[in-house]
Design a protein around this ligand. Structure first.
Ligand code: A2P
Length: 315
């Protein structure tokens, strides 16, 4: 499998286990199955509501001693209600406590969107703080402090457009080391990838399989299915692979990390095996033609009349 490299020489396995939407009763088992079957990269976030269960799995697996903490890459993300400077490090410490870890490999600002501290998920415009009230650079400076304090090894962002990255980078010497964004054949984001590559920012692809297990409120009517796409399935047949494996391989082969979510033992194993074959030029050309700039996670749930957020992705 490919690895992503960081400036200090650290390396992250390209294929990791996603835990967004993994239910509390299932996520610990999923993480144990993953770690015991070769995954060395687990992607978490405070807002997924399941970090304490993920932490139980870490404690059990690392406690046994066959797999060492330092051989696994753990990412988590700062939720939108902890962007104020006094809230960043306490939120990180809560995540560390929940995950039963004393450091993270990577910590990301989850969205370029701020809520009031008491708001978990906004229902009205007044639940937000504007980026004038809590500038991203203020949050970022605390992320830098967290790194300096050794609480995290690397820092980055998620859901940032080129414009948002440029805005942040002009005010800091510490460029983000990662941008985690939605990426798959329907949303290939070539320009963002090129910008990140030029600026030494690694990229992680989320929702690589189309996140079909999102709640109905998050779904558009008649969303296109990635897993059922005929081109993807034709390529899968040709390689004796599953559609999921083609989608994961496509991201890995492109040089991004990719974090398919599964709580199913067979699919967790199958997804890691995506690294075991190569897509050829013809496959890549056919997949390139599938790009239609379609987003599953539109960010529209953060755009409310009367708040200052619109067109979060600048597209
Ligand atoms: P499950 O957890 O039952 O395996 P994404 O990573 O884009 O968010 O997609 C996650 C969704 O894709 C979940 O519904 C997950 O279901 C499903 N899934 C995960 N791996 C595969 C696979 N190899 N083939 C088909 N569906 C998969």
């Amino acid at each position: 499998m490919k690895t992503l490299k960081f400036e200090n020489g650290d390396q992250m396995d390209a294929i990791g286990l996603g835990t967004w939407k993994s239910e509390k009763g299932e996520v610990a088992k999923a993480v144990k199955v993953a770690l015991n079957n070769g995954y060395k990269h687990i992607d978490c976030a405070a807002t997924y509501g399941n970090e304490a269960e993920v932490g139980e799995a870490f404690a059990e697996v690392f406690g046994k001693g066959d797999i060492r903490r330092e051989d696994v890459w753990v990412t988590s993300k700062l939720w939108n209600n902890a962007h104020k400077k006094e809230d960043v490090i306490p939120a990180l410490k809560q995540t560390l406590k929940d995950l039963q870890l004393d450091y993270l490999d990577l910590y990301l600002i989850h969205w370029p969107v701020a809520f009031k501290p008491e708001v978990s998920f906004p229902e009205k415009a007044d639940d937000f703080l504007s980026l004038e009230e809590v500038p991203l650079i203020e949050t970022w400076k605390e992320m830098v402090k967290a790194k300096e304090q050794g609480l995290v090894k690397h820092i980055g962002v998620s859901n940032f457009s080129i414009e948002k990255l440029e805005e942040l980078m002009k005010d800091t010497d510490h460029a983000p080391e990662m941008n985690q964004v939605e990426l798959h054949p329907y949303l290939q984001q070539d320009k963002l990838l090129e910008f990140c590559s030029k600026n030494g920012i690694n990229v992680t692809a989320y929702s690589p399989l189309g996140s079909g297990d999102r709640s109905d409120e998050m779904k558009a009517d008649n969303e296109p299915s990635l897993l059922e796409n005929p081109v993807i399935n034709k390529i899968a047949k040709k390689h004796g692979a599953s559609a999921g494996q083609i989608l994961i391989k496509w991201s890995e082969q492109r040089g991004t990390a990719v974090i398919p979510k599964s709580t199913n033992e067979g699919r967790i194993k199958e997804n890691l095996q995506s690294a075991g074959f190569q897509l050829d030029e013809e496959d890549l050309k056919q997949i390139a033609d599938l790009d239609d700039h379609f987003r599953y996670v539109t960010g529209k749930f953060f755009e409310m009349e009367g708040n200052s957020y619109e067109n979060i992705y600048n597209d």
